[in-house]
Write a protein that binds this ligand. Structure first.
Ligand code: HMG
Ligand code: MG
Length: 298
């Protein structure tokens, strides 16, 4: 059956903005995060403490954090290594995420490491974060398909998921980084993870909407016990010049579906849509979310 309540893990300020070429000023990001919280989102991924040259858009993390310290929501941040963790903890981060890959190609492209090398890099980060009382999410990218390697075997995804849980992650977010998954694949992966007892009840899903499958995939995940769903306000994300990745599942599209199913999220879709329309004006192009377009044309 379906859950009665879903926790939305909003990734707009991080995953949504990280590929934007034009730098969004920190005060605009801060206003975005405040507005998302006011719309009822309780978990808002704020930024990343990565190498500034790797993600220039999020190089202002130190400037942003003090501007959002009054936000009434969980504000996780991405951290790849101890250097990043130290920066995040110094600014009062209470929740972090490490980000592993199910494939060697993406581990190399995203972290300049092998899959094993990345996990070794995360191990002291997870230990130190937990010692500091911070919650730790483990992202796993390329769970379904990879732009260089094609379809990813279920066993490969299960194996890295297990290693993230063994390391001490509180939750695993299964990433369809390039949006190629379809519901049958989602069911098969979740059945396998559930049967193997990996991350029981602590799985989240992270769908990108490249092929328009993100909502169908989400419904399949909800039918398999998942209650935490990642989404990006307005469907932000991806780069108009990148060939294989577009934005995440739009939070408005998700809330529209969940509202219709009678599943609680605590999100006010009107306020959220107004926020995405405001952000789209800043970015200079309309939101790709069908729900944002429909509701804002009313
Ligand atoms: P590297 O080049 O191997 O770094 O990159 P290094 O460890 O060799 O260090 C080189 C220099 O970088 C050193 O400085 C470090 O101090 C500095 P130097 O001594 O030469 O002056 N450095 C840092 N500076 C600031 N903050 C740091 C930091 N770390 C090292 N944290 C590294 C390795 C992991 C740093 C790099 O690859 C990196 O930053 N990658 C981040 C990539 C990223 O953010 N990708 C997007 C997020 S993942 C995603 O979007 C997928 C997801 O949405 C799920 C899905 O859709 O699948 C989560
Ligand atoms: Mg992503």
């Amino acid at each position: 059956g379906l859950p009665t309540r879903v926790r939305i893990h909003e990734v707009g300020p991080r995953d949504g903005l990280q590929n934007e070429k034009a730098l969004v000023p920190a005060p605009v990001k801060a206003e975005f995060i405040h507005r998302l919280a006011e719309a009822g989102l309780t978990t808002i991924e704020a930024t990343s403490f990565v190498h500034p040259k790797w993600v220039p858009q999020l190089a202002d993390a130190e400037e942003l954090m003090p501007l959002i310290d009054d936000v009434d929501a969980r504000l996780p941040v991405l951290v790849p290594n101890e250097r990043g963790l130290d920066r995040a903890l110094a600014l009062g981060a209470r929740e972090i995420a490490v980000f592993a890959s199910a494939t060697e190609s993406f581990a190399k492209a995203n972290l300049n490491r092998t899959v094993d090398g990345a996990l070794e890099m995360f191990e002291p980060v997870v230990t130190k974060a937990k010692d500091a009382g911070a919650a730790v999410r483990g992202y796993l990218s390329m769970c379904f398909g990879d732009p260089w390697e094609g379809p990813v075997p279920i066993s490969q995804t299960v194996s890295v998921s297990r290693r993230l849980m063994d390391m001490g992650c509180d939750e695993i977010s299964l990433g369809d980084t390039i949006g190629v998954a379809t519901p049958g694949h989602v069911r098969e992966l979740l059945d396998t993870l559930n049967e193997a007892g990996v991350a029981d009840g602590r799985l989240a899903v992270h769908f990108h909407d490249t092929y328009g499958q993100a909502l169908a995939n989400t419904l399949a995940a909800l039918e398999h016990g998942v209650t935490t769903v990642d989404a990006s306000a307005g469907g932000l994300g991806g780069c108009p010049y990148a060939k294989s990745a577009t934005g995440n599942l739009a939070t408005e599209d998700l809330v529209w579906m969940l509202d219709g199913l009678g599943i609680e999220t605590g999100v006010d879709i009107g306020r959220l849509t107004a926020t995405s329309v405001w952000m789209a004006r800043h970015l200079g192009r309309p939101s790709p979310s069908r729900t944002v377009r429909a509701l804002s044309q009313k």
